[in-house]
Design a protein around this ligand. Sequence first.
Ligand code: ADP
Ligand code: AMP
Length: 230
Amino acid sequence: MRDDAATQTRPVNLILLGPPGAGKGTQARMLEEGFGLIQLSTGDLLRGAVAAGTEAGLAAKAVMDRGDLVSDEIVLAVLKERLAQPDVAAGIILDGFPRTAGQAAALDDLMAERGQQIDAVISLAVEDEAMVARVAGRYTCASCGEGYHDQFKQPAVAGVCDKCGGTQMKRRPDDNAETVRTRLNAYHADTAPLIDYYAARGTLTEIDAMSDIGEVRAGMAAIVGKLTSA
Ligand code: ADP
Ligand code: AMP
């Protein structure tokens, strides 16, 4: 992946679309490393707000625990705050945003205000049933956030993070089979229609995300490599 970084000539702004467990976070972190882009996960931003006990976090917590969608207003507020930081000039990978038609329209306005555009929307195509096992087996390093899976992505040494050597691993309270079903329903009702929205603009690329992590990564790198060197 390091070789890809050498070919980067311009920052790009990407959206990763896909249901919970599709691999958006996993792939976004790899694209960060390989292409110097910045991952913006609205889920992470909201979890940060919950942990900090902000007004937005307090309002979002119960909704997130249920697996429903947080209001567009709150999500846009945390995203705008993050976009005000200068590092995003390197190019962004939106992970988990937009999730509704309202958010997609707001993103269009936001990009226009910034004199920028979304260069590509990558839709990670998966089968719902496989997502329950992916999400239920997910855990992350509490120090650096690297993601792992009980079955599909284990650290080289059990309990020790490959990236930072951390030994504290954590699981999300909403990563249980029941909540995943609610989240999948929310995806199909509110987010999947965005596939057509972006396809109509010619910015959509679909990738088979049922194959293993390395294969998906290679497909992603090919798509993003073309964009950054264009
Ligand atoms: P998302 O951000 O789309 O919700 P994640 O990237 O967190 O999904 O992936 C969910 C879980 O599935 C993680 O534990 C991750 O290690 C694992 N995973 C990601 N991509 C794949 C894949 N292609 N095959 C198998 N497991 C995967
Ligand atoms: P994620 O980390 O992407 O799996 O998101 C976790 C939870 O945060 C979701 O189930 C929602 O409750 C909330 N969330 C994250 N991003 C959004 C968004 N763009 N719109 C609405 N809710 C969101």
